[in-house]
Design a protein around this ligand. Structure first.
Ligand code: ADP
Ligand code: MG
Length: 418
């Protein structure tokens, strides 16, 4: 997929406009306190740019999922803590919170605010449930009326929410289709630029590393990456489906029965391109200490939780020669320190390769993989750590990103449908 979307700083006449900005403020909140504000910080470049142009901002975001009125009444999924954060951050600005994100008088209210006001609307997914507690999914199924209403709140639309870029929702695709002028924010623009670097004419050799739990969720990504990668290294729980398909004993390890045929066909088509672990770390359960075994000879009563040291060294030997490295999925149960070694060693090998040669391009995508890199304190050593879990995976699969497709292209003056 090749995108050439307009970026916010390429919008002409942005000065003094009212701009609807879709951010990804789906941040972790415990007891009303934001435990990780990375996503908010990542949005500031775009907000600062628009404020420097004396714009009025109307900010939209979802937070978690809304399945019933209880979710709304409990206030646990309210964007209010995000509003408090922004109010604190932009102490010299007027920052207001609008609880009713579909209020009839909202447009008028916004019109009455001074320039440079930041209006934060309540969680867009509150519109997924109506007052009769029916799940109507107006946001998540892209209700046209809702999209038109939100689009009507500003003159320009800026989409800077990469985390939902693969979803066609009212607050992203819907607004883009009903707004005359639109662009991506800096965060989305950078994600597209970096991920495209990995996919379009990447410098060879290309090494891709896959892990995580299921093959089935990543099969299309593996297949697409395999069309241009030189080596595909596989770890994580998905390995056991491959080993099982090869007829090996995998003990009580997780595997996908329904994906055995899939694994067999991948083994056949990818051949030597596919590099599987030679040793694995097994234990009775995640609380027990692990022991290393040959991957072709696992004990029948144990479960595999990590790749072994020999495998980590083998993977590092491929990484050391790679010029493009694409990584998705942890290689073991890294959240548990007993089984974090494989993921850590691979992350360190990529960081080392990247810092030894700036022409190398290393990218990690996937929510848990990015969390692992951050946990090891290595995020600054990678060329790019994608902030979008599902979105980066779909992009690496060469699927269109439904949430940004209708943002204007660079060479488009305005939306012909408006
Ligand atoms: P990402 O979010 O990066 O795409 P996934 O969601 O596919 O990654 O998988 C991440 C999860 O896989 C992590 O929570 C990790 O603990 C788990 N995992 C990896 N290997 C194993 C294993 N051998 N046994 C159990 N869980 C594993
Ligand atoms: Mg995940």
């Amino acid at each position: 997929m090749q995108y050439n979307k307009k970026v916010v700083d390429q919008l002409k006449d942005i000065q003094n406009k009212t701009v609807v900005v879709r951010c990804d403020y789906n941040v972790p909140i415990q007891n009303g306190v934001i435990s990780d504000a990375t996503r908010i910080e990542a949005s500031l470049q775009t907000l600062n740019y628009l404020l420097s142009k004396n714009c009025k901002l109307v900010i939209l975001s979802h937070l978690s999922r809304i399945k019933s009125l209880d979710d709304i009444k409990s206030n646990k999924k309210s964007l209010r803590p995000v509003y408090e954060y922004l109010k604190n951050h932009f102490a010299d600005k007027n920052v207001v919170f609008e609880q009713d994100n579909t209020a009839k008088d909202l447009k008028q209210k916004i019109a009455n605010y001074d320039q440079n006001t930041i209006v934060v609307l309540e969680n867009t997914r509150y519109c997924d449930v109506n007052e009769n507690n029916e799940v109507v999914k107006k946001e998540s199924k892209c209700d046209e009326e809702l999209a038109k209403f939100w689009a009507s709140l500003g003159d320009v639309f800026v989409n800077d929410a990469f985390g939902t870029a693969h979803r066609k929702h009212a607050s992203n695709d819907g607004i883009a289709r009903h707004t005359k002028y639109s662009a991506t924010g800096f965060l989305v623009a950078n994600e597209l630029k970096q991920l495209q670097k990995a996919l379009n004419n990447p410098k060879k050799p290309v090494v891709a590393i896959f892990g995580g739990v299921k093959i089935s969720g990543k099969i299309d990504t593996i297949k697409h990456i395999a069309t241009f990668a030189d080596h595909i290294l596989v770890g994580g729980a998905m390995v056991y489906t491959f080993l099982k398909a090869m007829g090996h004993e995998i003990g009580i390890s997780l595997y996908e029965k329904d994906a055995l045929d899939l694994a067999k066909s991948l083994l056949a088509t990818l051949g030597d391109k596919l590099v599987l672990p030679v040793d694995v770390v097994c234990a009775k359960d995640p609380e027990s200490k692990g022991q290393t075994y040959d991957s072709k000879n696992m004990p029948a009563d144990l479960e595999g939780f990590d790749i072994g040291q020999k495998t980590a060294d083998l993977f590092a030997s491929y990484i050391n020669k790679a010029n493009t490295i694409i990584w998705n999925g942890p290689l073991g149960l890294f959240e548990n320190p007993n089984f974090a070694n494989g993921t850590r060693k691979v992350a360190e090998a990529i960081a080392k390769r990247q810092t030894s040669d700036l022409d190398v391009f290393s990218v990690v995508g996937g929510g848990d993989s990015a969390a692992a890199v951050t946990q090891f304190g290595l995020e600054s050593k990678f060329a790019h750590v994608s902030t979008g879990g599902g979105a980066s995976l779909e992009f690496l699969t060469n699927l269109p990103l439904k949430g940004i497709e209708n943002i204007l292209d660079k060479n488009q003056e305005s939306n012909p449908n408006c």
